[in-house]
Design a protein around this ligand. Structure first.
Ligand code: DUC
Ligand code: ZN
Ligand code: ZN
Length: 480
C-alpha cells in the first residue's frame, strides 16, 4: 500500500519544512517538495501517481510517531495489577499519537531473569496495536542476574536495565548491588536506568507519619521529600562514575535538587541523562494530592507530585531543564490503577495506595501544550517525545524520524484542533477516572500510522490487535 501525506509541515528535531511524505508499505519512501511531480498529486497524474491513499495534512504538522519509553502495562504492584493490558494500553497510546512503547519486564529477588522476560513477552505477544520493546527490571542483583544481563544484550534486543534505590523489600538494590550491575553495563554498553529515591530513609518517614495518624494521600509526598530524590540521584551518578562513566538514565525526575545533580554531572561530561513525565510538569501537592477526602489517591505516584510552596520551583526548573537538554526525554511512567478497588486499597493508609498515574494517551498533547504556552519549541517537542527516545534506546534511525527508509510511524497533528481530556471525552485507557480530567489542549492528534498502517483516522481507532511487533533494540547513541 502506498500512501501520500501531502500539504503538511514536516517537523523534526532540527527544523520544520513544508514537505509531502510518500509511504510505501511499512516504510517512508521519500520526502519531496509539495506538489512535486516526482510523486504526483495522488489523483492519477505525475510520475509516481499510483498511490492507494492520500492524506491531506494542510494546516497540520507531520511528525514522527511518539515513543514512550516508560510504561507499565499489567505491572503487579501493591497487591494489585496495573489496569491496562498490552491490548488496552497500546490502543490508548495509538489514540494519543504514540507508535512505540518500551515497557518494563520485571524480575524480583529470587526470580529468574529469562523467565521474567518470557512472561512479559507472553503478555504482549499478539496483543499490541503498536510496536513495543522491553527494558528489564533487575530486582535481585546477583551472579545469575548479572550473567543474564549480558545474554539479554547480546540475544534478546533488551539493552537497558532498571534498578531501584526505593522500595526496600520489593525492587530495592543496595549500593553494592548497583555498582555490580553498573560494572556489568560497563562491559556490555547497557544503559542503567535508575529510580532514584532514598527508599531506606523514606520508609522511616512513612512509618513515623502513620504512627502520628497522618494517613491521607498528601502524606505520600510529604514522606518522600525532594532532597531524598536529590541525594539518591547524586549517589547514582557517583556510582556510575565509579563504574567507569557508564551510561546512566535517571527516570521520572520530579525535583529541582535531582536536576541540579544531573545538570552538574552532565556539565562535567558524564554519560548521564534524565527523563521527566507530564505529572511533574503540571501537577502540585496542593492542587492534586491534597484534594479533599481520598480524591488525592488518583495522583499518588513515585516520585511524588511536589509542592508549589517549596523554596525551589520544581515545574519551572523541569521545563527549563527540558529546554536546555539537561533533561533529554519526556515519558509517562504510565502505571494506571482504577480508583475503585485499586486506589481504594489505601483508604486509611496512604502507603497502601498503588503508585501510578495513567498518561500514555496524553503525553503528546500535554507536551504540545508546552509548545503553545512557550515552554518548548515545536522541534524540541518532537525531539524530547520522539527522536531522543529512539536514539537513547537503540531504535534510531528506524524510529523517531521522518526520513526515507525509516518505519512509517507518523502522526498528523492538528494545531487548530482541541482535545478535552476526560473520562467521557478523549479517554481510552482502562481506568475508571482520569488524572487529567478537564484539561483542555490546543491541539489534536488527527491521523496515526504505525509502520504504514493507518491506526487512527477520522476520530476512530482503525488498527488491529497484534499489528504491533516486538522491537529488538541496539545500543544507546549518546555515549562519549
Ligand atoms: N512509580 C510509580 O509511580 N509506579 C510504578 C513504579 C514507580 O516507580
Ligand atoms: Zn520508578
Ligand atoms: Zn516506572
Amino acid at each position: 500500500m502506498k500512501i501520500l501525506i501531502k500539504n503538511g509541515t514536516v517537523v523534526g528535531a532540527t527544523g520544520a519544512q513544508a514537505m509531502d511524505v510518500l509511504v510505501d508499505g511499512e516504510t517512508i519512501a521519500a520526502l519531496v517538495q509539495p506538489g512535486s511531480t516526482l510523486i504526483g498529486d495522488g489523483t492519477g497524474t505525475g510520475a509516481g501517481a499510483a498511490v492507494d491513499k492520500v492524506i491531506d495534512a494542510a494546516g497540520k504538522y507531520v511528525i514522527p510517531g511518539g515513543i514512550d519509553v516508560h510504561t507499565h502495562m499489567e505491572l503487579p504492584f501493591g497487591g494489585t495489577n496495573a489496569s491496562d493490558t498490552f491490548e488496552t494500553g497500546t490502543r490508548a497510546a495509538a489514540w494519543g499519537g504514540v507508535t512505540t512503547i518500551v515497557d518494563f519486564a520485571v524480575q524480583r529477588t529470587g526470580e529468574n531473569v529469562h523467565d521474567a522476560l518470557a512472561a512479559w513477552h507472553q503478555k504482549a505477544d499478539g496483543n499490541c496495536a503498536i510496536d513495543y520493546g522491553f527494558h528489564q527490571i533487575i530486582g535481585g542483583v546477583d551472579d545469575e542476574s548479572l550473567k543474564a544481563m549480558g545474554y539479554l544484550m547480546d540475544h534478546e534486543g533488551v539493552t537497558s536495565f532498571k534498578l531501584f534505590m526505593a522500595y526496600p523489600g520489593v525492587f530495592y538494590s543496595d549500593d553494592g548491588q548497583i555498582l555490580r550491575a553498573m560494572q556489568k553495563a560497563s562491559d556490555t554498553g547497557a544503559v542503567i536506568m535508575m529510580h532514584a529515591e532514598n527508599g531506606i530513609a523514606i520508609d522511616v518517614l512513612v512509618a513515623q507519619a502513620l504512627a502520628r495518624g497522618e494517613t491521607d494521600p498528601k502524606y505520600h509526598s510529604l514522606t518522600r521529600p525532594s532532597i531524598l530524590e536529590g541525594e539518591a540521584t547524586n549517589r547514582a551518578i557517583v556510582l556510575a562514575k565509579a563504574a567507569g562513566n557508564i551510561p546512566l538514565y535517571v527516570v521520572h525526575m520530579s525535583a529541582s535538587e535531582a536536576l541540579d545533580a544531573l545538570a552538574a554531572a552532565r556539565h562535567q561530561g558524564a554519560n548521564v541523562f534524565g527523563e521527566t513525565c507530564p505529572q511533574y510538569l503540571y501537577m502540585t501537592l496542593e492542587d492534586h494530592l491534597a484534594k479533599p477526602g481520598f480524591e488525592g489517591a488518583k495522583y499518588v505516584c513515585s516520585p511524588p507530585i511536589r509542592s508549589k510552596l517549596d523554596h525551589r520551583h520544581h515545574h519551572a526548573d523541569l521545563w527549563r531543564g527540558l529546554r536546555m537538554n539537561e533533561l533529554a526525554i519526556v515519558s509517562t511512567d504510565h502505571c494506571p490503577f482504577c480508583f475503585k478497588d485499586q486506589k481504594e486499597l489505601g483508604l486509611g493508609d496512604f502507603s497502601k495506595i498503588p503508585n501510578g498515574i495513567g498518561s500514555v494517551e496524553h503525553r503528546m498533547d500535554l507536551l504540545y501544550q508546552g509548545v503553545v504556552t512557550g515552554q518548548l519549541t515545536l522541534e524540541r517537542w518532537v525531539e524530547t517525545c520522539c527522536t531522543t527516545p529512539a536514539r537513547m534506546f537503540g531504535m534510531y534511525p528506524h524510529k523517531g524520524v521522518i526520513a526515507p527508509g525509516a518505519d512509517a510511524d507518523i502522526v498528523v497533528y492538528d494545531p487548530n484542533g482541541k482535545t478535552t481530556i476526560g473520562i467521557n471525552a478523549s479517554h481510552h485507557m482502562n481506568m475508571d477516572h482520569s488524572a487529567w480530567e478537564g484539561t483542555v489542549i490546543d491541539g489534536k492528534v488527527d491521523t496515526v500510522l504505525s509502520r504504514g498502517t493507518v491506526v487512527i483516522e477520522g476520530n476512530a481507532y482503525v488498527g488491529t490487535k497484534g499489528h504491533g511487533r516486538f522491537v529488538k533494540r541496539g545500543l544507546c547513541q549518546y555515549l562519549h
